[in-house]
Design a protein around this ligand. Structure first.
Ligand SMILES: CCCCC/C=C\C/C=C\CCCCCCCC(=O)SCCNC(=O)CCNC(=O)[C@H](O)C(C)(C)COP(=O)(O)OP(=O)(O)OC[C@H]1O[C@@H](n2cnc3c(N)ncnc32)[C@H](O)[C@@H]1OP(=O)(O)O
Ligand SMILES: CCCCCCCC/C=C\CCCCCCCC(=O)OC[C@@H](O)COP(=O)(O)O
Length: 270
């Protein structure tokens, strides 16, 4: 009789373990904690290697992050590698569903490529510091004039230092099953630097990751690299059309890749 009260005590952890919500919180916590630890390891290595803030640090960051997908049960299927075989600077644009996008980004990140990110990211502990060391360009989304001026400087730096920049033109994370309308910054940047745009599409995460429903299963992400869009000879008057054209090709690719993503059921093989 005395031991009967222990049954719920044993059952509760068992139920939590098998419940989707427990797995969701566990995986999210693990992801953040692991990235923080990796960043802690990367900080001294980057400082020793490059002496401080340098886009070359992204090589080391990329190699340290690549295994994380296995720990979370995620698999990437990449197509269109040939479109990244472009010399010199360019702007990569991609959709943005979650902080998990960093894993896909690191799968295909070309050399000398860094990102544009919201300035709040710099306060994310060791991750913030590693972002700064990796040369990430921080913008204040609430002050368009500041963001524009930082991006104008970035256009000059791209050309001077032969740097590629990755921008999330939706301007925020979005998991509504579609793309948000694009902000214009990435297109002004490409036109100002007169460099091509390479669109990249992540298929929908909804088959394995649902933030509101607290679901985080194993799953497959299709990463489609699309043909470059030239900006040579374009001016600021062409930015709206360029933005619409980029949105349309990415929207079609998003719908196409998302409809054919394999459903996730338990662990995946790699
Ligand atoms: C080893 C262990 C490591 C562990 C850690 C692992 C990894 C770390 C490393 C990497 C991690 C990287 C992760 C990065 C993720 C970051 C994701 C983000 O932060 S997304 C959010 C930030 N990004 C953006 O917001 C970019 C997109 N936004 C824009 O481009 C915006 O346009 C804007 C510049 C912010 C302005 O915003 P606004 O809301 O005002 O947008 P509009 O587009 O409507 O523009 C208004 C108006 O201004 C004109 N405009 C816009 N930009 C420019 C410009 N550059 N020059 C000139 N004019 C500009 C625009 O045309 C509009 O005018 P009009 O209406 O007349 O056309
Ligand atoms: C002092 C400690 C603070 C802890 C903060 C934890 C930080 C997260 C740590 C690890 C996560 C892995 C790396 C992620 C970088 C992801 C960046 C990202 O995706 O930012 C969100 C931003 O694009 C859009 O934000 P909004 O949805 O517009 O707002």
């Amino acid at each position: 009789m005395d031991v009967l009260w222990m049954v719920p005590l044993l059952l509760i952890p068992l139920l939590m373990w098998t419940s989707g919500a427990f797995v969701f919180y566990f995986k999210k916590f693990f992801y953040v904690a692991w990235m923080m630890c990796l960043a802690l390891l990367a900080i001294p290595l980057c400082i020793l290697k490059s002496g401080g803030r340098d886009v070359e640090n992204m090589r080391l960051i990329r190699s340290l992050v690549r295994h994380v997908k296995y720990l979370l049960g995620l698999r990437f299927e990449v197509s269109g590698w040939e479109h990244l075989q472009t010399e010199g600077p360019y702007v990569i644009i991609s959709n943005h569903q979650s902080s998990l996008d960093v894993l896909g980004l690191m799968e295909i990140l070309p050399d000398r490529c860094t990102m544009i990110a919201k300035k709040e990211l710099i306060y994310a502990g060791t991750v913030g510091l590693i972002c700064w060391l990796g040369g990430i360009v921080f913008i204040n989304r609430k002050k368009t004039s500041d963001a524009k001026s930082v991006m104008a400087d970035a256009a000059e730096t791209m050309l001077k230092d032969q740097i590629r920049l990755w921008v999330f033109p939706e301007g925020t994370r979005n998991q509504n099953g579609d793309l948000l309308p694009f902000k214009k910054g990435a297109f002004h940047l490409a036109v100002q630097a007169q460099v091509p745009i390479i669109p990249v599409v992540f298929s929908s995460y909804r088959s394995f990751y649902l933030r509101k429903e607290k679901q985080f299963k194993s799953g497959t992400i299709r990463l489609k690299i699309l043909p470059k869009i030239e900006t040579k000879g374009l001016t600021s008057d062409d930015v709206s059309d360029l933005c619409d054209k980029s949105f349309n090709v990415m929207h079609s690719a998003f719908l196409e890749t998302s409809s054919s993503v394999p459903q996730s059921n338990g662990p995946v093989s790699h």
